[in-house]
Every structure is written in C-alpha cells, then in structure tokens.
Design a protein around this ligand. Structure first.
Ligand code: ATP
Ligand code: MG
Length: 581
C-alpha cells in the first residue's frame, strides 16, 4: 500500500492516462476470450458434420479482424502505460535533485554521494518499473483471471473449473512467501550498490594519491570486496527471482493434469462436449499468464516498495537551516555584529567557536587568523548559514541573521571557499557561474582583479579551456584565482575569502589585495588566512585559538601587543626576506 500512498501525487496527476491504459488492457483481456470459444465451436461442428464453407470463412475473417483490432489496442496501452513510467522516472530524478539543492552540509555528511547516486539511478528505476510493468501485471492478473473464470463457469462447467483450480491457493501462499524474501534481499542489494558507488567514486577521484602511495593493490582488493558483496547480494535476489517462475509453472501444471483428467471423464459421461474440453484447456492455458503476472506483480511491487521507502527517507529529511516565517527583508547588509556566538558541529563533542564577539561596519575589512583548526572557516560558515545558528547572536543591520531570507543573504555574499570547487566546464562558464548573462567587459574586469590574465595565454584554448573534473587542468593557484574572479564578478556586498590566496606567490597576492582595496571600498570583506601580510591592511584583525578570540586589534595594535600575531608576523617576514635574498 505504501507504494500507492507515497506516489499518489503522480497517480492523481496521470489518472486519465492510467484509466485509458487500464480500460484498454481489460478490453483486450475480454476480447481474447472469443477465439478459443470459436475454435471449440468449429471443432464440435466438424465432429457433428454440420460445418458449412460459409461459416468457416466467416470464422476465419473474424479471427483475422480481431487480431488486427487487438494489435492496435495493445500498441496504444503499451505506449501510454510505459510512457507514464518513463515520465515518473524523470519527475522523481528532478524532485530528488531539487531536494538535494536545498540540503545543508550536515545532510551530505549523513548521506554519502554513492548512496544518493544509487537512489537517483537504481531506486528510481525500480519505482518506475512498478508504476509501469507492475500496473500491467496487476491488471492482467485481476481482469485476466476474472474473465477466464467467468467464461469457464458460464460456457463450460463450474465443476471442472473448481477441480482445476484446487492447486491455486498454494500458489498464493508460495508467492507471498517469495515476495517477502524478495523485499528483504532487494533492500540489502540496493544498500550494497550504494556502498560500491562510494568506493568507486573514492577510487577514481583519489587515483592520483593512491598511485603515488603505491596503494593500487590494496585499493583493488578493497574494491573487489565491495563488488563481491554487491554480487552476492544480487545473487540472493536472483535466487528468489528464479523461484517465482518454476513455482507458478509447477502449480499450473497440476491444474492442467486435473483439467485433462477430470475433463476427459466428463466428456465420456457426456456432461461436456469435446469442443468444450478443448476450449477449456485453452482457457486454462490463458490462466498461466495472469498467474505468472501475479507472481511478477508481487515481485516488482516488493522492489518498488523497497525503493520508494528508501527514496522517501531521503525526501523526509528537512534542511536543518530554513527560512524563518516571516522573514525580514533588508535593503542591504549594514553592520555585522556578533555577540558571544558559540557553535558546535552537529554530532561533535566540543565547541568549534566559543563566545566570539566583534563589530564590523559596512565597508570594513575583517582579518581572521590563527593556527590551523582554530575555527576560521567555521566562523565564516556562520555568515553563510550552512548550519543552524543560536538565535540572537549574529546581527546584520541590527537584524538577527536567522530572520533574513536565505536567498537574500546568500545573494549578498561572494564566497571563495577554502577547498575550490570548479565544474568541468570552460573557464569562462566557471567564472560566470553566479551571473550567467554577464557582459564580456565585466568578466575581463573580474579576471584582471583576480590577477588571472597572465595565465590565460598558457592555457590551450584560453578562456574556453575546459578545466576537467574539479579543475584538474589547472594549478592550485590558478584554481584559486578562477574562484576569486567568480566571486568578484557578482560584485558582492560581502566578500568572503577563506584562505583563498594560499597557493599564489607573494607578489601576486599583494597585487590581488591591492586591487581588492580599491574595488571594494564601501563593501564588506572577510579574509581568513595563514599569511598575515594578507590582513595587514584590514580594519580589524581577530586571532583565533581553539574557537576563541585570543588577540584582536589593528595590525599596529597587535604588533605592539607582542603576542602570537607579532611572533608569526616577524617569523613570516624573515622567511620572505630570506626567500627573496
Ligand atoms: P584551517 O586553517 O586548517 O583552514 P580553520 O581555522 O579553518 O583551519 P575549521 O575548519 O574552522 O578550522 O575547524 C575548526 C574545528 O572544527 C576543527 O577542530 C575541526 O576539526 C572542526 N570541524 C570542522 N568541520 C567539521 C565538521 N563538518 N564536523 C565536525 N567538526 C568539524
Ligand atoms: Mg579553514
């Protein structure tokens, strides 16, 4: 039942097409009754010597006409029904992607990529098969069986029919047992398939690291284990699957034996005619398919239900960051104020941010520095609202950030994340990601501000160079500058650079920073970095350690303070001077 309730939106939407397909299928089943009856009649007429040439000609023409009519009707219901099933497949994939785009990082921490891919491929396919093939087998079972039984009773003999159907209850029993097994084993197989996807993704994307540490053998072994598990689980599915057909054939065979044995007895005792016996056996044969269809229906329904349950589990997960209702709309983000903001990652035992407070006016630049793991990225992610935030701790223009619509907030921010994400598209498209219709002039300006223009000459197709998956074609510093150009193109109210200059040399870094100072006057900028020279000119600098602010001030103040900042700064200057010398 859960299959129908979970997909009721689709069945409601497509009920017209389903009604037509089902009506045609039923009609085909009913029309199929005619030929065996005609054959039985003709045989009886031959036996009694009453068959005329004219009658035979009529019967043959009728059979041919019927065959043509059935041809057209079958074509129409097959295309309608399976068209629906393909449509469902498409709709489900679209829904899934839309759902995923709303999810926050913690969702992807809980659900692995491989598992989500398994949902989008195998599970969606199983569901669409149930909505197509499953419906077909169900209708055939119900209508086919009913029509044949009614005909047997009314045209031949109810006694013979009852006798022939004695084995049928066993069929129902066997099929329901097999169906239960099928569902259990299918879920296990799909889960295992998801794990294999994960392993394959990791092996392929990590190939370069794996090879450089000579771990190919180990990786192949691991993959072998995973694929073996998928194979074993699928063999267990196939084993149940294989039992469906023979069980049905066995029981139908018994029916045949009874039909022929008891039927012949009835003919001898003149209770039915020979023609009727032949018609009866053809009808019995016509019961095989509905019986098989019943088995197939249970089989495919169990798979579809297993998959629809898996998919629903994913759909039921709500994004943990959602818009407040109602949201407050701001014309622009003014001051940014934090009041003792603490934060802990979901599932983590310790706070990654501890009572952070600062105030930044519109147009100012904040430098965030500190040892690795001190919470710099975590702090920036709070502005992006990637995780639920403690209410009343972070304000934009005096408005709590949780009351601002996410789309408005994110529209203001240009974010250059620490781990660069490029799409396997031309560089041009990667830069224009946030403003697809951007003018050429603006794109070139963003490129210049990110100091990327001198690199374009070295790329095979200039800006049309396709960067490969996650930018494999580019150097680390090039990737960083493409990401920066992307963020600058949208000329954001708030620019967030998370360690975005770590892979460029000192000269390029200072060129980019100088450009930023000019271009970003009047707009707010956050710079998290390990290289302190990048924040020298910031209006305010905070030094984090284990999620707390341990020092803060302007560059000059921090140098006078003589703490971690001064020590690091002097150290880095010394290194830079040595490198230059
Ligand atoms: P780096 O300079 O290396 O970029 P960082 O200052 O940006 O370091 P964060 O990435 O903010 O440091 O990490 C701060 C702390 O939060 C670390 O102890 C880290 O282990 C933890 N952390 C980061 N991301 C998660 C996560 N998704 N779940 C749980 N803990 C996390
Ligand atoms: Mg970081």
């Amino acid at each position: 039942m859960s299959f129908i309730t979970r997909l009721s939106w689709f069945f409601k939407q497509q009920w017209g097409k389903y009604a037509m397909a089902i009506a045609l299928m039923a009609l085909v089943n009913i029309l199929n009754i005619i030929p065996p009856k005609m054959i039985g009649n003709v045989i009886d007429q031959i036996r009694t010597g009453t068959l005329t040439g004219e009658e035979l000609r009529q019967s043959v023409l009728l059979l041919i006409g019927l065959a043509l009519l059935l041809y057209v009707m079958v074509y129409i219901w097959v295309t309608t029904l399976f068209g629906n099933s393909i449509l469902l497949e498409k709709l489900l994939r679209g829904r899934l992607l839309k759902h995923l785009t709303k999810m926050s990082p913690s969702f992807f921490q809980r659900n692995s990529t491989g598992e989500l891919m398994a949902l989008a491929t195998n599970d969606v396919l199983a569901i669409s098969q149930t909505a197509g093939y499953g419906v077909m087998t169900l209708v055939n079972t119900l209508v086919g069986t009913a029509v044949v039984l009614v005909t047997m009773i009314s045209l031949i003999s109810y006694k013979l029919m009852l006798a022939a159907l004695i084995p049928m209850p066993f069929l129902a029993l066997v099929i329901s047992m097999l169906g239960k097994q099928m569902r259990k084993r299918f879920v296990a197989a799909q889960t295992s398939f998801g794990r294999m996807n994960d392993q394959a993704l990791e092996s392929i994307s990590g190939m370069r690291v794996i090879r450089s540490y000579v771990q190919e053998e180990h990786d192949i072994d691991t993959f072998d284990r995973v694929t073996r598990d998928v194979m074993e689980k699928n063999i267990r599915v196939a084993a149940v699957n294989a039992l469906f057909h023979p069980s049905i054939s066995l029981i139908v065979g018994l029916s045949y034996a009874i039909g022929i044995g008891y039927g012949a007895y009835l003919v001898f005792h003149n209770q039915i005619s020979l023609g009727q016996l032949i018609s009866f056996n053809i009808y019995l044969g016509m019961l095989i398919w509905p019986m098989i269809a019943f088995g197939e229906f249970i089989n495919i329904l169990q798979r579809g239900t297993a998959s629809v349950d898996r998919l629903s589990k994913s759909f039921e997960q709500q994004p943990d960051v959602q818009d407040a209702s109602p949201t407050v709309s701001l014309p622009f983000p003014g001051s940014i104020v934090l009041e003792r903001l603490s934060f802990r990652y979901p599932g983590s035992g310790t706070d990654s941010l501890n009572e952070i407070s600062f105030r930044l006016e519109r147009g100012q630049t904040l430098g965030i520095v500190g040892r690795t793991g001190s919470g710099k990225s975590t702090l920036l992610k709070q502005l992006l609202r990637q995780y639920p935030i403690e209410p009343g701790r972070l304000f934009l223009s005096q408005t709590p950030i949780e009351q601002i619509a996410l789309s408005q907030l994110r529209g203001w921010i240009g974010y250059v994340p620490q781990e660069h994400l490029l799409l396997s598209k031309p560089i041009w498209d990667n830069i224009a990601l946030g403003r697809p219709g951007a003018e050429e002039r603006d794109i070139w300006k963003a490129i210049e501000m990110a100091s990327f223009q001198q690199d374009i000459g070295h790329l095979p197709d200039g800006l049309d160079t396709i960067v490969g998956e996650n930018g494999v074609m580019l150097s680390g510093g090039q990737k960083q500058r493409v990401s920066i150009a992307r963020a600058l193109l949208i000329d954001p109210e708030i620019l967030i650079l998370d360690d975005s200059l770590s892979a460029v040399d000192a000269r390029t870094e200072s060129a980019i920073l100088a450009n930023l100072r000019i271009e970003r006057t009047g707009k707010t900028t956050f710079i998290a970095t390990h290289r302190l020279s990048a924040v020298m000119h910031a209006d305010w600098i905070i030094v984090l350690d284990e999620g707390r602010i341990v020092e803060e001030g302007t560059h000059e103040q921090l140098m006078l303070l003589g703490g971690w900042y001064k020590e690091q700064f002097d150290h880095q200057q010394l290194e830079a001077n040595l490198a230059e010398a």
